[in-house]
Write a protein that binds this ligand. Structure first.
Ligand code: NAD
Ligand code: UD1
Length: 338
């Protein structure tokens, strides 16, 4: 298939491009490079053995998108483009609602106009809020999102389902990602956060490489096996492959499909730190800090539906995730910057 990949220069998008090409698909990337670098696409091009067509365009720019969709006939869009920093979304709600909501509205309208009515959307475990059941199945009711970022994911899921309900030529796959970490095995592409990382793994790798003094562990009094927060970490390469599998649902005209994309295993903050230290033989000093507002104790999924319906299941475990995160960080101490 020929795939329009919005946000394809980002962390998950760049890894997904590799798996798309490995499976025989081709892609065109639209990204405004707000949170990414063209260098990521150059490196993906080296891995897949051909240059990835790229347009530096904002998805809110209707004319820019029109140009791309007039030039190519796409079978499907994989829609990664969006702002994703939870804390920043609390400080800048209008910017987040405007970018994520309006960007998706323009994208859907231009896609419809050009007869491309298939979309795979990057949703998040955050739509479950404080989950009603563990492990989380797709039947679990959506919860209250404590931040504008999460609200945009939850609302866009509803928007996409309404669009499909009104016009059944649409096929919509909502992938609810759990906690993606790791990097491609070459260590040439990976997660490249701006400034102080908010998420656990990039913080750990920056402590390990000496950029930050110590990791703050946000709370050790949760109701978990060691008191620290438990999450369903998933290797980004496994996550990338889930998108390729989701294309099979699109091909059989699934209507709406909603899938949890995680491993089904929960690891605590200290489990991750210990695995990282053991696998990589490096120190990660840490100290216990107060809980982070908005955090929950435990979040991991039941990924059985994705296995049954998409034929997808995660292959990598926490050791590979820790090894590959470190491989990327140590080979690229400053990310994509020279
Ligand atoms: P990322 O920031 O690395 O990638 C997003 C890309 O979208 C960036 O390259 C950015 O420049 C681009 N972008 C943002 N707004 C745009 C716009 N208006 N027009 C064009 N391009 C735009 O993030 P990621 O980690 O690769 O996440 C990809 C998607 O998955 C996002 O929608 C994110 O919310 C979602 N998601 C991520 C995680 C995670 O932990 N990384 C978890 C759940 C869901
Ligand atoms: C966060 C977002 C979620 C988003 C996801 C992926 C919040 C409340 N949630 O999830 O919406 O979809 O990222 O981008 O921000 N931790 C530390 N020290 C750190 C960083 C994290 O102890 O420096 C702990 C956290 O308290 C948590 C775990 O590590 O228990 C994972 O945190 P993080 O990587 O930020 O992911 P989530 O909070 O699960």
């Amino acid at each position: 298939m020929k795939i329009l990949v919005t946000g394809g220069a980002g962390f998950i998008g760049s890894h997904t491009l590799i798996e798309l090409y490995a499976a025989g698909h081709t892609a065109v990337v639209v990204d405004n490079l707000y949170n990414s670098s063209k260098e990521a696409l150059n490196r993906v091009g080296k891995i897949v053995g051909e240059e990835i067509p790229f347009y530096q365009t904002d998805i809110r720019d209707r004319e820019g998108l029109e140009k791309v969709l007039s030039r190519y006939q796409f079978d499907c869009c994989i829609h990664f483009a969006g702002l994703k920093a939870v804390g920043e979304s609390v400080a800048k709600p209008l910017e987040y609602y405007e970018n994520n909501m309006n960007g998706t509205f323009v994208l859907l309208d231009v896609m419809r106009k050009h007869g491309c009515k298939n979309i795979i959307f990057s949703s998040s475990a955050t739509v479950y809020g404080d989950p009603a059941v563990i492990p989380i199945t797709e039947q679990c009711p959506k919860g209250h999102c404590t931040n504008p970022y999460g609200q945009t994911k939850s609302m866009l899921e509803e928007v996409l389902m309404d669009v499909q309900k009104a016009d059944q030529e649409w096929n919509v796959v909502l992938l609810r990602y759990f906690n993606p970490i790791g990097a491609y095995k070459t260590g040439t592409i990976g997660e490249n956060p701006n400034g102080i990382p908010n998420n656990l793994m990039p913080y750990i790798t920056q402590v390990a490489i000496g950029k930050r003094k110590e990791l703050g562990v946000f709370g050790n009094d949760y109701d978990t096996h060691d008191g620290t927060g438990v999450r369903d970490y998933i290797h980004v390469v496994d996550l990338a492959k889930a998108h390729v599998c989701a294309l099979s649902a699109i091909a059989r005209q699934c209507g709406v499909g909603i899938y949890n994309i995680g491993t089904g295993h929960g690891y605590s903050v200290l489990d991750v730190v210990n695995a990282f230290v053991k696998v990589n033989g490096v120190d990660v000093p840490y100290s216990i800090k107060p809980r982070r507002p908005g955090d929950i104790a435990t979040c991991y999924c039941d990924p059985a539906k994705a296995k049954a319906e998409l034929g997808w299941e995660a292959q990598y475990g926490i050791e590979e995730m820790c090894r590959d995160s470190w491989n990327w960080q140590k080979n690229n101490p400053n990310g994509y910057a020279e």
